[in-house]
Design a protein around this ligand. Structure first.
Ligand code: HEM
Length: 230
C-alpha cells in the first residue's frame, strides 16, 4: 500500500475550500443564477410569440437575439463589477484568485454579448428605417459601448500596447462608467426592461443600487487606505 502523502495541488485546495462551505457558496450562486434567469424568462415570454406566430425575420434574427444579449450582458457586467472591486464578503467564500479568474472569463462573455447587442441593434434599425437611428438614448448606448471597448481592450492588450499597470487600470475604469450609461439607455428603450413586467426593472434598479453602494465603498477604501498607512 502506498502511504506517501503529497501536498494538495492549489486547484484542489481551492475546490475543497468552496466545498467546505456549501451554504455560503449557494448563497452566492443562487442569486447569481436567479439574476440571469429572471430576464431570460421575461424574454422567452415575449419572444415565444414572435417565433411561433410571425415571419418577420428582422425581428426574429436581429431584434430579439439582440435584446437577449443585452439582458444577459448587462447582468454579467454587474458581476464584473462585483468581482473586480474585490468585495471582502465575497472573498470569504472564494479566493481572490478565483474571483479574478471569473472576472476575466465572465468579462469576455459579457463584452461579446454587449458588442453583439449593439451591432445587431444598429442592423435592426437600419433594416427597418433604411438609415441608422441616432436618438438621445441610442447615442447613450453608443457612448457606453465605446467606453466599454476602450476599457476592455486596455486590459486585454496592455502588454502589446505597452501600457503601465497604472495606465491600463485607469483606462479600465471606463468599463465601469459604461454600466450606469447602459442602465439609462436600457431603461429608456428596452422592451423587457422598460415596458415589461416589473420584475426586470426591479432587478435592474436593484443592481444599480448595489453598484452605487459598491462604488461608495471602493471610493472610501481608496481614500482611507493611504491615510492608515501613514
Ligand atoms: C451601438 C450601441 C447600442 C445600440 C445601437 C443599442 C440599441 C438598443 C435598442 C434599440 C434597444 C431597445 C430594444 C428593444 O426593446 O426593442 C436596446 C435595449 C437595451 N440595451 Fe442597448 N444599444 C447599444 C448599446 C448598449 C450597451 C453598451 C448596453 C449595456 C451596457 C446596452 C444595454 C441595453 C439593455 C439592458 C437593453 C434592454 C433590453 C430589453 O429590455 O429588452 N445597450 N438597446
Amino acid at each position: 500500500m502506498n502511504t506517501t502523502r503529497t501536498a494538495p495541488k492549489p486547484a484542489d485546495r481551492k475546490k475543497s475550500a468552496a466545498a467546505g462551505r456549501p451554504v455560503a457558496t449557494s448563497v452566492v450562486y443562487g442569486p447569481a443564477i436567479l439574476f440571469l434567469a429572471l430576464p431570460m424568462y421575461e424574454w422567452i415570454g415575449n419572444a415565444a410569440f414572435f417565433y411561433a406566430e410571425t415571419q418577420d425575420y428582422t425581428m426574429l434574427l436581429l431584434n430579439l437575439p439582440s435584446r437577449l444579449f443585452a439582458l444577459i450582458g448587462f447582468v454579467l457586467m454587474f458581476y464584473q463589477f462585483v468581482l473586480g472591486i474585490r468585495v471582502p464578503i465575497l472573498e470569504t467564500v472564494f479566493s481572490r484568485a478565483t474571483n479574478l479568474k471569473r472576472h476575466r472569463t465572465l468579462g469576455k462573455a459579457g463584452f461579446v454579448l454587449i458588442l453583439l447587442h449593439g451591432v445587431l441593434m444598429l442592423g435592426y434599425d437600419y433594416s427597418i428605417a433604411d438609415q441608422f437611428i441616432f436618438d438621445r438614448y441610442r447615442i447613450i448606448g453608443l457612448v457606453a459601448l465605446g467606453l466599454l471597448i476602450v476599457g476592455v481592450l486596455a486590459a486585454w492588450f496592455f502588454k502589446p500596447l505597452k501600457l503601465s499597470r497604472k495606465t491600463w487600470k485607469t483606462v479600465h475604469l471606463l468599463a465601469y462608467v459604461a454600466f450606469p450609461l447602459g442602465f439609462i439607455h436600457g431603461r429608456a428603450l428596452g422592451t423587457e426592461f422598460a415596458t415589461g413586467r416589473w420584475t426586470v426593472s426591479a432587478l435592474f434598479n436593484g443592481l444599480l443600487a448595489v453598484y452605487v453602494l459598491l462604488l461608495i465603498y471602493r471610493l472610501y477604501v481608496y481614500l482611507e487606505l493611504p491615510k492608515r498607512r501613514r
